[in-house]
Ligand binder design. Structure first.
Ligand SMILES: Nc1ncnc2c1ncn2[C@@H]1O[C@H](COP(=O)(O)OP(=O)(O)O)[C@@H](O)[C@H]1O
Ligand SMILES: [Mg+2]
Length: 380
């Protein structure tokens, strides 16, 4: 009897993995699913705007699609850079497909969020996602209805057409119908938008829910934006053998000196030469000649060498104190706002109208990162 008769072996596609384990990605129940859907779509919208210095205008419309079955439709539209037409199916239909696997600050990192939205929608309502997108200066708007072939982790194009882009629109609009509890998710969504507005006061948000009192409009309070992040290179101390192998494969004939200068953060010719001296390798040796143990040794030496420059932070885009201040002031409406200067830890104290006191601590100048504003503590 062969092993196959006793146990059955099979591969699990990434899409199937996340369909089975959707709670890992925040889609654990019908309330969380609504919140998480809006959040994933809004984060994508912010990435598609602020990273490219476009002042974000984001519209979110929620409606009951079929109240007897608690189906809600969620529509999110942005004025971002859009998505090239031929990328749209993969972007929404293939788990782990992204433009953000780079050393650059983004909200998205995994290439998963948009696909979770599609997976959840089709698992609960069996309806496709509707995507409309126009890249910058595009003459046409691409429209797709998409689902995912979960076993193959591939997009299924349900329909596709192009529309004339009469008004020069650019951006992305998405509509999805899923099983969800809007009334329970509402407060969380609103809170999320307010917090996001605090760290992105240059964005405007319109949220329109199905009920009359559901509308909120968060205006843009400043047109100042942080400088967009630049793409970074790996720091030479952070490498491992696999990364070096991948870089070598791109062009095995590159001389070692050039290889170091081109591929790593903060490495100039002088530093590269000093390092190669330290390892005992000639600068003009083609990098592809490093094999097996030599390669491991090269990587070990890269980590041991103390002559590298400190990592740069160009791939981050710190919000900066002034813009953060505008956001915090607008959203929390403090009576008193203090911003201490010149210390490593910056603090500000707010006496809000609701008679609660807030102490915010943003760690270390000059970077109060947009991704974490430090601590916001409520006290009496
Ligand atoms: N609103 C949008 N505007 C422009 N590009 C988008 C938008 N939504 C998604 N994308 C593209 O689709 C990719 C996949 O999105 P997603 O699945 O959420 O993963 P991630 O955001 O982690 O990359 C993004 O990397 C981006 O290139
Ligand atoms: Mg995302």
């Amino acid at each position: 009897m062969g092993t196959n008769d006793i146990v059955k072996f099979e591969a699990l596609s990434p899409a199937e993995f996340f369909r089975r384990n959707r709670e890992i990605a925040g889609f654990s129940n019908s309330t969380r699913a609504v919140y998480q859907t809006i959040r994933e779509l809004v984060e994508n919208s912010l990435d598609a705007t602020e990273t490219f210095k476009i002042l974000p205008s984001i519209k979110i419309y929620i409606d009951y699609a079929d109240q007897s079955r608690s189906w809600v439709s969620i529509y999110v539209e942005d004025n971002g850079i859009g998505i090239p037409g031929d990328e749209i199916p993969n972007v929404f239909g293939r788990v782990f497909y992204s433009s953000k696997y780079r050393i650059k600050q983004h909200r998205g990192i995994f290439g998963l969020g948009a696909k979770m939205v599609v997976l959840y929608a089709q698992s609960t309502t069996n309806t496709p996602i509707l995507v409309r997108s126009a890249p910058l200066k595009s003459d046409v708007i691409y429209e797709y209805q998409l689902m995912i072939d979960i076993t193959k982790n591939e997009p299924v194009i349900v329909s596709q057409r192009t529309l004339e882009n009469k008004y020069g629109w650019h951006g992305t609009a998405i509509k999805v119908v899923l099983e969800g509890d809007w009334s329970k998710a509402k407060r969380r969504v609103e809170e999320y938008l307010r917090r996001t507005a605090m760290v992105a006061p240059y964005a405007e948000f319109v949220l329109r829910g199905p009920d009359e009192d559901d509308a909120i409009k968060i205006p843009r309070v400043t047109t100042k934006m942080p400088d967009p992040p630049e793409e970074g290179l790996p720091h030479p101390k952070s490498v491992d053998v696999e990364l070096i192998k991948q870089l070598i494969q791109r062009d095995p004939n590159t001389p070692l000196l050039e290889f170091l200068v081109e591929n790593f953060d903060g490495v100039g010719e002088t530093i590269a030469k000093t390092f190669l001296d330290f390892v005992g390798l000639p600068p003009d040796m083609p990098v592809g000649k490093l094999v097996n143990d030599e390669l491991v040794n090269f990587v070990t030496k890269m980590r041991e060498f103390n002559g590298w420059r400190r990592p740069r932070a160009d791939w981050l885009s710190p919000i900066g104190e002034d813009i953060l201040a505008e956001g915090v002031k607008f959203v929390l409406r403090p009576r008193l706002y203090l911003q201490s200067l010149g210390s490593r830890v910056r603090t500000w104290v707010i006496h809000s109208l609701s008679r609660q006191r807030w102490l915010g601590v943003g760690l270390s100048s000059p970077v109060i990162n947009r991704l974490s504003i430090g601590l916001l503590i409520r006290f009496r």
